[in-house]
Design a protein around this ligand. Sequence first.
Ligand code: DX5
Ligand code: ZN
Length: 233
Amino acid sequence: MSFDRSIKIAPSILSADFADFGREIQAIEAQGADWVHVDVMDGHFVPNLTFGPPAVKAFRPHVKTFMDVHLMIAPVDPYIDAYAEAGADMITAHVEAGPHIHRTLQAIKATGKMAGVSLNPGTPAEAIADVLDLCDMVLVMTVNPGFGGQKFIHSGVEKTRKIRQMIGDRPIHIQIDGGVTPETAPLVASAGADVLVAGSAVFNGGSVGNPDVYGKNMRAIRAAAEGARKDAA
Ligand code: DX5
Ligand code: ZN
């Protein structure tokens, strides 16, 4: 089967109701989420704190699709096994988080999980050139990591185009994270991204009691991204 570069929507549960993760995950999946994006923050690499391995383990039985764990922590290497055992399908680490991203990606691969590498808005595409063969995904941050609801940083669009060229035929996803909306999704989709993370643009206005809004929000992002792909073809 050829590599799946179709548009995938990955809601970030950072924007979910923190008292109700199980039902929130079920609601977004029932409404069409392709992946579930889990933002792990340490109050050190980024100025916010979120989920340790026990929390991720508690999410696991609710996720029927694909659990994508975005580690915004430094150091990262000591925690890779714990997040793998907690049930992540993909573990993404930041190139800025440690001195040896190559070793970090090798360690993720050694757990049998898929490996992602992430770049902050201030980090050039070239920083990952020599680790691409260890990766299943490149995550291009289009906000500075730490919080949901920030404004999309446009330099990520050209960076995405460059990374798409660097990847060539290799089976590597490009994920965009930060400020993704129906307005910004077309820009990154036509530049070559296939996995779109969205927190506020999925969860805003909806709830587990009113999940149709999640579906409507995801369809709007997907339609905008797929439309831009068609126009670019
Ligand atoms: C930011 C996180 C994102 C965040 C996206 O540090 O990595 O995943 O939740 O939120 P929105 O879509 O609201 O920008
Ligand atoms: Zn994220």
